[in-house]
Design a protein around this ligand. Structure first.
Ligand code: PRX
Length: 574
């Protein structure tokens, strides 16, 4: 095994053992600003408090649009604009606890909207801009969304499903003109221009809901993971430790705020620390990415293994045109980070890439390769101070080093999910193994306390770091008139971690053709999202089912990978 040893000198967290021995989540209040009676507001901590800390004129956001045009916003400007939008939302009737969704590409209005909603104590619903009508409908109906903030282009997807959204009262549209709007629509610019500027931050209990993010499990539709304002304590500390953010950093998190990484580590965590954040609207392109690092002199970069593998594929030639020596720290999350990629990173950037692990439900990083620790290539690192992680068996008994088991965490860290939206039973399921928070991942730990990821314990697919439930893809495909039956699995892929593969049975008298396959792929892309379509579709005459009629994905996967099929006694035809 290869180990990269580093001095870690000068890192925010310099002594891991000492910090673990002495750190207590109850003793870091000094880092966060509270109102009276221990009330809090995550948006106040992310922006407004910096105005009194000498950062009013500091750049909060470097926003680069699709054409490469750069706009800069100070903390004062972000505070003012979010105050205005919060006042405007209030005048539309938005109250504490209402669900307000943000369906925007990576543009400054997305950041302002997120803060404005949080200032009112309303619940932010981040939506990935690539979502199709089905994905939108599931989320907006389940949460009974009251308002959605979108733009001229994305609103077309909303219009397809809007008639079924009984609770949706207002659609706020960025970049549209008044005369192009329907009755329920209002322009963002007009709302803002008429609103007052004065501070408007609700003082809220620590467990008051902050954001509701839908994520996939093995069965059923995506579930709404609910997080609270008190999470900001965890956001703030982990950004210091894991991302090593310091006052003069220019920080780029490549994740879209439609995902938890983009919301937490693209907005709240860096801004709580008063750090300048980069937001890039464009898509992945090796040349553009390197050019951005060079042009903005980015110092800290938080990205994902698929993106790094794609950069690796583009070769070192793609780097040669640029000066990337502004970079001082690189971190990666979302999927296993191959040792090969870390080795390439050492060559390409002369820096190690620091893997870390967390989930939508955990709300913050929990296990990481910290700057002060040696990196064991292929390991996710060690639990952060204040976090107790373990590997347990089915009964919750802790397993010794090198034994494969379930990765679990002792509940009690600040950003742990506060609930599953209107589904207490699902929420309780996370804790059903002896009270541990159960991650759904399988892993093992070594004698030095490093954790090693092995895979998911369930059928959830991780494609390019996106978590996709097979059930969602199956449901979308079943809506197509040609399909009689479908089973969906994740198939290992060198670049994307996994790709989605669908096995389908066609209805009688439907003929198989390449055209039909392409049509099915497009259908899923349009209904769900571009990342959630089956890259491979195989047509079968029947699918393996249990006697109760459930399609056995496990068997499909075993067949696909040429693995032993295990116990097939439940199989229908056996
Ligand atoms: O399976 C693990 C994988 O991504 C899942 C969490 O996905 P999501 O809720 O979308 O959260 C994204 C925020 C990180 C985990 O259950 N995962 C995450 N980080 C790693 C990982 N797998 C391997 N190595 C990681 N570092």
């Amino acid at each position: 095994m290869q180990i990269i040893r580093k001095s870690g000198r000068g890192a925010n967290l310099e002594n891991y053992e000492l910090s673990c021995a002495t750190f207590d989540w109850n003793n870091c209040q000094g880092e966060i600003d509270y109102f009276t009676n221990s009330k809090i507001n995550a948006a106040f901590n992310a922006v407004d408090r910096h105005l009194q800390k000498g950062r009013a004129n500091k750049i909060a956001l470097y926003a680069i649009d699709e054409t490469g045009h750069l706009e800069k916003f100070t903390f004062q400007e972000i505070a003012n604009q979010s105050n205005k939008l919060a006042h405007a939302l209030r005048s539309l009737g938005v109250k504490s606890g209402d669900r307000v969704f943000v369906f925007l590409p990576r543009i400054p209005e997305l950041y302002v909207s997120t803060l404005a909603i949080a200032k009112l104590g309303a619940i932010v619903g981040p939506l990935f801009s690539a979502f199709g009508p089905d994905a939108l409908r599931d989320r907006l109906i389940d949460s009974e969304a009251k308002v959605i903030i979108t733009n001229k282009i994305l609103k077309a997807k909303l219009q397809e499903i809007q008639h079924g959204l009984k609770d949706l009262e207002h659609v706020i549209v960025v970049g549209d003109k008044d005369e192009d709007l329907k009755e329920s629509e209002i322009t963002y610019d007009k709302l803002i221009s008429q609103a007052p500027n004065d501070p408007i931050c609700e003082a809220l209990p620590l467990d008051h809901p902050l954001y509701l993010l839908y994520t996939s499990g093995t069965t059923g539709k995506p579930k709404g993971v609910l997080h609270a304002h008190g999470d900001i304590i965890g956001h703030h500390m982990t950004a210091q430790w894991v991302l090593d953010l310091k006052e003069d950093d220019i920080y780029w998190c490549t994740a879209d705020p439609g995902w938890v990484t983009g919301t937490v580590y693209g907005i709240f965590a860096p801004w709580s620390n008063g750090i300048s954040v980069v937001c890039y609207e464009g898509r992945f392109n090796a040349h553009e990415w390197y050019s951005l690092i060079d042009k903005l002199q980015i110092t800290v970069w938080y990205t994902a293994p698929t993106a790094l593998r794609m950069l690796m594929k583009a070769g070192v030639e793609a780097i040669n045109d640029f000066e990337l020596n502004s970079l001082r720290h690189i971190a990666s999350v979302g999927e296993p980070l191959n040792p090969e990629v870390i080795r390439w990173g050492m060559e390409a950037f002369d820096l190690p890439i620091h893997d870390n692990w967390w989930q939508t439900e955990t709300g913050m990083q929990l296990i990481a390769n910290l700057p002060c620790l040696p990196i064991k290539l292929g390991s996710m690192g060690k639990p952060l101070p204040g976090i107790y992680a373990s590997i347990v068996d089915d009964k919750g008994l802790e397993l010794p080093a090198h034994k494969l088991g379930k990765l679990v965490i002792k509940p009690g860290w600040p950003a742990m999910l506060k609930g599953i939206w209107r589904n207490e039973e699902k929420f309780q399921e996370y804790f059903k193994i002896a009270g541990w928070y159960t991650s759904g991942d399988n892993a093992w730990k070594d004698e030095d306390g490093y954790f090693w990821f092995v895979g998911r314990a369930d059928d959830v697919i991780n494609t390019s770091g996106h978590r996709v439930g097979p059930f969602e893809v199956e449901s979308a495909l079943l809506e197509h008139p040609a399909i009689a039956e479908v089973g969906v699995i994740g198939k290992p892929d060198k670049e994307r971690g996994e790709i989605i593969k669908a096995f389908v049975v066609l209805k009688n008298n439907v003929a198989a053709s390449d055209k039909l396959i392409a049509e099915l792929q497009n259908h899923t892309k349009n209904q769900l999202a571009a990342h959630a379509y089956p890259k491979e579709i195989e047509i079968k005459t029947s699918l393996p089912k249990t006697r109760s009629g459930k399609i056995m994905r496990r068997l499909l996967k075993a067949w696909e990978l040429g693995l032993p099929t295990g116990d097939i006694s439940a199989l229908e035809d056996e």
